[in-house]
Ligand binder design. Structure first.
Ligand code: BGC
Length: 919
């Protein structure tokens, strides 16, 4: 019987499906392989790229590039290696995967990409609307547009005519600010908050849309509504309009390229021929919200035949040299709608819609009533004890939407703002508000889900869901800290501690590739990576565990996606950062140039005793180790040797300064031990003692954690790796403050910024800094995937080429299941522990191998589904004195059964006390 050949599927270019607009140096092709049966492996591949003018079918008969047969198992990060591609050109590509001893494989279905425009190919000018004084009285005065100096959203339109049949049309478009583009009355694409956020003084992202189907013969109208967005609106915590950061008023740049059937082209660009006015959107700001006066909407303005008398000419400004780049990231989109689970009528006559989930987006309201009704929507994450909205934590942000109705059936919805909320208070609604009248529209960077986790334990599943919701709500063009107050900034510390969890949750390759450009754009002249990116006008940089994201994030991207694009692209920036650290700290202890040194930020109880130089030095050592790996991967062995030597020197300096002969680490904080152990800074013979001290510190804290943003990410992984999985489970199951469960037991549907954002004893924490949607403390997600499910990379397995599948059962948990859709395809893991036996089920996609490690009290007795004996027996690192049965496997479904670690899971829990007693 012959097996059908391996089929490449899920073809991606630069981690996007058929991207329109990709920079040639970012082209990284990848594919998954599908194929029944076991141990399927790609022994070679062949890629062909064919040019295909827009609107024509590709011909692979004379490809622009044919890789020929390459004997390699690689299927990610494949760069284009042919002659230079025409800017703005369209290419089709296909791949076939060879397998040893198999017949000629078939080609995949073709996939596409279009290259970035030639920077010199932009013809238009920036256009905007001259500011005119227009009176507008907000319906309820929730925020004062005059004091906030907000202006009506510009409406811009350009009539043009199309002659002859059209083969294809592409719109390249961006704004300084936000744009919502329309062609002949139809919305173009479904992105919101486009073009996204970068440091607009350094690079301006643009999007490309296929608008062929929206064009019509004869008269057409291209149109756009602009918002202030990050460019000209309120951004960050100094409650300044971004005029202080970037510019005063939004502007549009667009280029519509129409290819006619006869091959000729027609180009419509932003220039003096556009007309400008305003409409219903009187004010729109990311932090403040929106105000609409629906009677002022010039209906039909975005179609041909509209009478634009009274519209002004646009204001034009020539383009400068700031690079325009095809947006490498995924767009922000509405990804879900959530119905109100309850409408709560308030004594003051308002109604509060509860959506049951803390989310980012806005509310859409259906109304049918008289003209001139003022309807106000306020948003909050939580309620005060008296049932009113708790908005004190918004600081100067308002996140209020207000509408004046035009009368009749209308839909009220903001378009150029975003809010963080679970509850929306609606006032002024004519008639009684019903749940069916409102819906929450969830919006964030549209990043495909990649991970899953399930257990029989409700709070644990809720924790997993909260971690993913925290990510969804905060990944809005850049990884922000929070989505509600006047901050919403791309803090590097938060990103580095969460990046591995983020990768497992969702397919963030393109998102972080884009953000790494923001990070290097924000690098300081000294070489210090910034604290936040994009960095606004702040010159903050070099903070330990924050700035280090500049190395940790690209390294993690290489680990998870097996592609060197980011580490190559940013290598210069990373070495400049390493040089900065070395210059400032000649004795290998990082004690100087610590910038704002946030240290173990928000360690519970305001009690951060970890010495700043200790935390800083640990991260520096970690950077050096990662740089050595990176240098090796990109073929710079001399650099690698230099970084290894640096790592060794920092390691000795750390041990001399902070580690005693008894394995104690200075200060004795949990974070000090966690960093020392995780970053390999405790001399080998003292590691076991240091781990015991860590457990003793946890016990002394009443089996509670005491870590802040930095320590928390590695706490449970370090415990499991040191044989204390039972202690890790004990911390996970802890329900007293500080703990993840405390949040959940108190209604959290996202991860809180602070362990005690609200507590039974003290109520709300200080409103000065109390977000209920911050992802950092959710970095425990990494432990759920890598340890509980056991889905982890082998040391040489970058890009999920090779895995170590080592489940960590423990605590009272009797089963867990889940998976990760890796860049090479889906990996699943499921285990169950009952009646003394342990069963582990694994599936791997083709072209992936794993060393499966089944923990057992009698590893020799473990068998796979076919009765196969273990390939070897090893010591199981997750628990003292335990063994694991080792099986080497390839693709397909596998099952392993044997005696569990302990006869029953409850007994495993009991072990905790014993272990602790020994400590
Ligand atoms: C942010 C954090 C950030 C921190 C740095 C806070 O205001 O919300 O997420 O990492 O500042 O100190």
């Amino acid at each position: 019987m012959t097996v059908p050949p391996l089929t490449p599927a899920g073809l991606r270019c630069a981690y996007l499906v058929n991207p329109l607009g990709v920079a040639p140096e970012r082209i990284a092709l990848s594919w998954e392989l599908q194929g029944e049966g076991r141990d399927r492996r790609q022994s070679g591949y062949q890629v062909q790229v064919a040019a295909a003018a827009a609107g024509t079918a590709p011909s692979f008969a004379s490809p622009v590039w044919d890789s020929g047969r390459v004997d390699s198992a690689d299927c990610t990060g494949i760069g284009y290696d042919g002659p230079p591609l025409a800017a703005g050109g369209r290419c089709a590509w296909r791949v076939r995967a060879f397998e040893a001893d198999q017949a000629e494989p078939a080609w995949s279905e073709p996939a596409w990409f279009e290259t970035e425009l030639d920077p010199a190919g932009w013809q238009g000018a920036w256009i905007g609307r001259a500011r005119v004084r227009e009176s507008f009285t907000p319906p309820t005065g929730a925020f004062d547009p005059m004091r906030h100096a907000l202006h009506p959203a510009p409406y811009l339109r350009r009539p043009f005519s199309v002659d002859g049949p059209v083969a294809a049309a592409r719109l390249h478009i961006t704004a300084l600010g936000l744009y919502e583009a329309r062609l002949n009355g139809q919305r173009i694409g479904d992105a919101v908050l486009a073009p996204g956020w970068t440091d607009y003084a350094r690079r301006i992202p643009y999007q490309t849309y296929d608008v062929t189907a929206l064009l019509q013969p004869g008269d057409n109208v291209l149109a756009a509504v602009l918002g202030d967005g990050w460019y000209a609106g309120f951004v960050g915590f100094d409650a300044k309009r971004a005029g202080a950061h970037y510019g005063q008023a939004p502007e549009l740049l667009a280029q519509l390229v129409i290819t006619r059937a006869d091959g000729s082209t027609q180009v419509v660009v932003t220039d003096g021929q556009w007309q400008a006015s305003s409409g219903a959107i009187r004010r729109a700001d990311l932090l403040m919200g929106e105000q609409h006066d629906l009677a002022r909407e010039p209906h039909g303005w975005d179609r041909a035949g509209f009478d634009a008398a009274g519209w002004a000419r646009v204001r034009c400004r020539d383009r400068d040299a700031t690079p325009l780049v095809a947006d490498p990231g995924p767009p922000v989109r509405v990804t879900q709608e959530i119905a109100a689970r309850e409408i709560i009528s308030r004594p003051d006559g308002t109604a509060i819609a509860d959506f049951g989930q803390n989310l980012t987006g806005w509310v859409r309201i259906a109304v049918n009533g008289p003209a001139g009704a003022g309807i106000r929507v306020r948003h909050a994450e939580v309620l005060n004890p008296d049932g009113s909205l708790y908005t004190e934590n918004l600081r100067t942000a308002r996140q209020v939407d207000e509408y004046v109705t035009a009368g009749g059936a209308e839909v009220l919805e903001p378009r150029l703002t975003i809010h963080g909320f679970r509850y929306a208070e609606i006032s002024g609604y004519p008639g009684g508000l019903r749940a069916a009248d409102v819906v929450a529209r969830v919006a964030h960077s549209d990043i495909e889900s990649a991970g899953s986790f399930e257990s029989p334990v409700g709070w644990l599943n809720q924790l997993y869901a909260n971690i993913d919701w925290g990510q969804r709500g905060n990944f809005i063009s850049v990884p922000t800290d929070c989505p509600q107050r006047d901050e919403r900034l791309g803090w590097l510390g938060d990103a580095q501690i969460f990046v591995r969890t983020a990768c497992y949750n969702r397919d963030v390759a393109a998102f972080f590739a884009k953000w790494m450009d923001d990070v290097t754009d924000a690098q300081l002249p000294s070489g210090a990576f910034p604290d936040i990116a994009p960095r606004l006008h702040l010159d903050w940089g070099g903070a330990p565990a924050w700035a280090d994201a500049g190395i940790i994030v690209p390294w993690t991207l290489h680990q998870m996606y097996g592609d060197t694009t980011s580490v190559r692209r940013h290598y210069g920036a990373m070495t400049a950062y390493m040089d900065f650290l070395a210059r400032a700290n000649p004795d290998y202890l990082r004690a100087h140039e610590l910038g704002h040194s946030y240290n173990d930020w928000l360690a519970p109880g305001g009690d951060d005793k970890t010495p700043h130089e200790l935390l800083a030095t640990a991260y520096w050592a970690h950077d050096a180790a990662l740089m050595a790996e990176i240098a090796d991967v990109i073929g710079r062995p001399e650099d690698a040797a230099g970084y290894r030597e640096l790592r060794a020197r920092i390691g000795s300096a750390f041990a001399d300064a902070f580690v005693t002969a008894g394995g104690e680490v200075t200060s004795g904080t949990q974070t000090a031990y966690v960093l020392g152990l995780h970053m390999g800074l405790i001399p080998g013979d003292l590691r076991a003692a240091a781990a015991r001290h860590l457990v003793a510190a946890i016990e002394a804290a009443g089996w509670r954690l005491s870590t802040g943003f930095v320590g928390v990410g590695y706490l449970l992984p370090v415990l499991s790796a040191a044989g204390y999985t039972d202690v890790a489970y004990r911390l996970l199951a802890q329900d007293a403050l500080p703990s993840w469960r405390y949040m959940i037991d108190n209604g959290a549907t996202t991860i809180w910024e602070r362990w005690d954002g609200w507590s039974g004893e003290n109520g709300f924490q200080s409103p000065q800094m109390n977000s209920f949607n911050h992802y950092s403390l959710g970095s425990v997600g990494e432990w759920l995937y890598r340890f509980v499910l056991g889905i982890d990379l082998a040391p040489d397995g970058a890009g999920f080429r090779r895995l170590v599948m080592r489940p960590h059962p423990g605590g009272q948990l009797r089963q867990a299941s889940g998976g990760y859709r890796s860049v090479r395809g889906p990996v699943t893991s499921q285990w169950q522990h009952d009646g003394g036996s342990f069963t582990y089920r694994v599936t791997l996609p083709p072209n992936v191998t794993a060393s499966v490690r089944v923990p057992s009290r009698d590893a020799a007795a473990v068998r796979d589904g076919q009765g196969r004996e273990p390939d070897s027996i090893a010591a199981y690192p997750g628990a003292p004195g335990a063994q694991e049965a080792v099986f080497e496997i390839g693709s397909g479904s596998h099952e392993f059964t044997g005696p569990a670690l302990a006869a029953d899971p409850a007994a495993a829990g009991a072990q905790t006390t014993e272990v602790a007693g020994n400590a």
